[in-house]
Design a protein around this ligand. Structure first.
Ligand SMILES: Cc1ncc(COP(=O)(O)O)c(C=O)c1O
Length: 442
C-alpha cells in the first residue's frame, strides 16, 4: 500500500523539497514513536529534524490549539494584534539571557528568521558586511542561504556581503592542528579576514550555531564562544546565535550558548518552538529589531494558533523538566555509544551535549576518511530495524541524534541495540547497498 503512496508522492511533490534517506511513509505519531502506513512502529531519533522536541501529539498542545482556533482562528498580528503572541514574546524574553531591553520578531521558519538577521543587522549597525561560518546551515531563502556555508546551498551564489570563515572543528581542525584551535580561528579572523576582505569597522554581525548541526554536529572548544563574544564586543560587532536546531532545552540548557555564559545580541529560534506548528522568532536587543516599521513582516507572522502552541510547548519543557531529562539522557546515550565505539572501528568520533549527539563514521581512525556510504547504510538498516535517524555533515558521514527530549532510558537501550545490530550487519555485508543507493540523502 505505501509503495503506491510513495509513487504518487513522487509524481506530485517537487524534488527541490526532498531529502530522503529511506522509503518511510508516515501515518501517525505519538511521543517518541512514529507509525508508518503499514502499521509498523519506529523509535524516532530524528524528531523530524529536531522539531518534535516535546514529542509528537502532546495532549496539552492539542487542546490549546483547538481552544485557540475556536476562540480566534486568525488575526494578522501586523495590523490587529492579540494577546497570545504578546505573552509568547514576553516568555521568550524571560528565558533569553541579557538584562538589556529586548524585543521579539516572529516568522514561520528558521530561514525567514535568519533573513531577519540578514536584513536588519547591517541596517541597524550601518555596516554592510556579515560574517558566518563554513559548514553552517541557516536556511534556504536568499538571505539565509547567503549566510549559510553548507554544501546544500553552494549552488547559489547568494549575496556578496557575507564572508565565511572556518568553524573550529576539533575532530577535523581546519588548519591541521587541534592544539590552540580557538587561537587559530580568532587570529585568522583578526589578522587575515579583518585586515583584507572584511574590515571589522564595516562588519555588522557574526552569526554562529553554538553547535554546528547540519555541518556535522560539531562542538567548538570550550573557550571559543567566549573569545568570539569578547572579540565582537571589542569591535562593536553584533553576535547572533542561530539556535533553530539545538535551542529550547535540547543541549541540557535552554540554549547551547548557556553552557558558556554567553549573552548574545540576538537569538534565532524555530523548529521545536511551535510543538510541531510552524513558527520562528528572533529575540534581540530592542534597537536591532526597531530599525524601521514593516520592513520584515509576513501576513501570518505570530499566527495565534502557532503562538498558543509555542507558549504551551515552553511551559511543557519546564513542567516536565525536559531540559534536565535531555542532559541526563544525553550522558547515558553517549556512555552507551562509547561502548559501541570499542566494537566498531568505523565509529571515529562521538560528541554531543544533551540530546544533540553526533556519531561520525570513518573508514579507519588513522586516516579519518569520511565513510559516507557506510553512514547511509547504517541509517537505512536502522530504518529497516525500526529506528529512525538521519545523517548530516559536509562529508555526509555523521549520524545525527536529535530525538524528542522526552526520550527514556528504555528508548536509549533499544536505540543502541538496533545501532549495534546495524553495524554488525554492515560488517557481515548483510545490507543491500543497491537499496541504500536509491536514497541520496544530502
Ligand atoms: C541551525 C538551523 N538554522 C536554520 C534552519 C532553517 O530552518 P527552516 O528549515 O525551518 O527554514 C535550520 C534547518 O535545518 C537549522 O538547522
Amino acid at each position: 500500500m505505501f509503495n503506491r503512496f510513495l509513487e504518487t508522492e513522487d509524481q506530485v511533490i517537487a524534488d527541490s523539497l526532498k531529502i530522503r534517506f529511506y522509503p518511510i511513509s508516515v501515518k501517525s505519531a505519538k511521543g517518541t514513536r512514529i507509525t508508518d502506513q503499514d502499521g509498523k512502529d519506529y523509535l524516532d531519533l530524528a524528531a523530524g529534524w529536531a522539531v518534535a522536541g516535546i514529542g509528537y501529539g502532546h495532549p496539552r498542545v492539542s487542546s490549546k490549539i483547538k481552544e485557540q482556533y475556536d476562540t480566534l482562528s486568525f488575526t494578522s498580528q501586523l495590523s490587529a494584534p492579540e494577546q497570545t503572541m504578546v505573552s509568547l514574546a514576553q516568555k521568550l524574553i524571560d528565558i533569553t539571557p541579557g538584562s538589556f531591553p529586548k524585543k521579539v520578531w516572529f516568522g514561520h521558519s528558521g530561514s525567514d528568521a535568519n533573513d531577519c538577521i540578514f536584513k536588519l543587522v547591517p541596517l541597524e549597525k550601518n555596516r554592510s558586511r556579515m560574517i558566518s561560518f563554513m559548514g553552517s546551515y541557516h536556511g534556504q531563502t536568499l538571505g539565509s542561504l547567503s549566510l549559510s556555508g553548507h554544501p546544500a546551498q553552494s549552488r547559489f551564489i547568494g549575496s556578496g556581503n557575507v564572508v565565511k570563515i572556518p568553524y573550529p572543528n576539533p575532530y577535523r581542525p581546519p588548519f591541521g592542528e587541534t592544539d590552540r584551535l580557538t587561537d587559530q580561528i580568532i587570529d585568522f579572523l583578526e589578522n587575515e579576514v579583518f585586515k583584507t576582505v572584511c574590515p571589522a569597522e564595516e562588519t555588522a554581525g557574526i552569526i554562529i550555531e553554538g553547535i554546528q548541526s547540519d555541518g556535522g554536529l560539531i562542538i567548538p572548544p570550550d573557550d571559543f564562544l567566549p573569545r568570539l563574544q569578547e572579540m565582537c564586543r571589542h569591535f562593536g560587532i553584533r553576535l547572533i546565535f542561530d539556535e533553530v536546531k539545538v535551542g529550547l532545552g535540547r543541549t541540557g540548557k535552554w540554549f547551547s550558548f548557556d553552557h558558556y555564559g554567553i549573552e548574545p545580541d540576538a537569538v534565532v529560534l524555530g523548529k521545536s518552538l511551535g510543538g510541531g506548528l510552524p513558527i520562528s522568532s528572533v529575540v534581540a536587543r530592542k534597537e536591532m529589531l526597531d530599525v524601521g516599521t514593516g520592513i520584515h513582516m509576513f501576513t501570518t507572522s505570530g499566527n495565534p494558533v502557532s503562538s498558543t502552541a509555542a507558549l504551551e510547548t515552553l511551559k511543557i519543557i519546564e513542567d516536565e523538566r525536559l531540559i534536565e531529562n535531555a542532559r541526563h539522557k544525553g550522558e547515558y546515550f553517549i556512555s552507551l555509544l562509547t561502548e559501541l565505539q570499542k566494537k566498531y572501528q568505523w565509529i571515529g568520533d562521538i560528541r554531543g551535549k544533551g540530546l544533540a549527539i553526533g556519531v561520525e563514521l570513518v573508514e579507519d581512525r588513522v586516516s579519518k576518511t569520511p565513510a559516507a556510504e557506510k553512514t547511509a547504510a547504517i541509517c537505512y538498516r536502522c530504518y529497516q530495524l525500526g529506528l529512525l535517524a538521519f545523517y548530516v555533515g559536509i562529508h555526509s558521514n555523521v549520524i545525527e541524534i536529535t530525538p524528542p527530549l522526552t526520550l527514556t532510558k528504555d528508548d536509549i537501550d533499544l536505540a543502541v541495540s538496533i545501532l549495534d545490530q546495524a553495524f554488525s550487519d554492515l560488517e557481515e555485508q548483510k545490507i543491500d547497498m543497491n537499496l541504500v543507493k536509491e536514497y541520496a540523502g544530502w
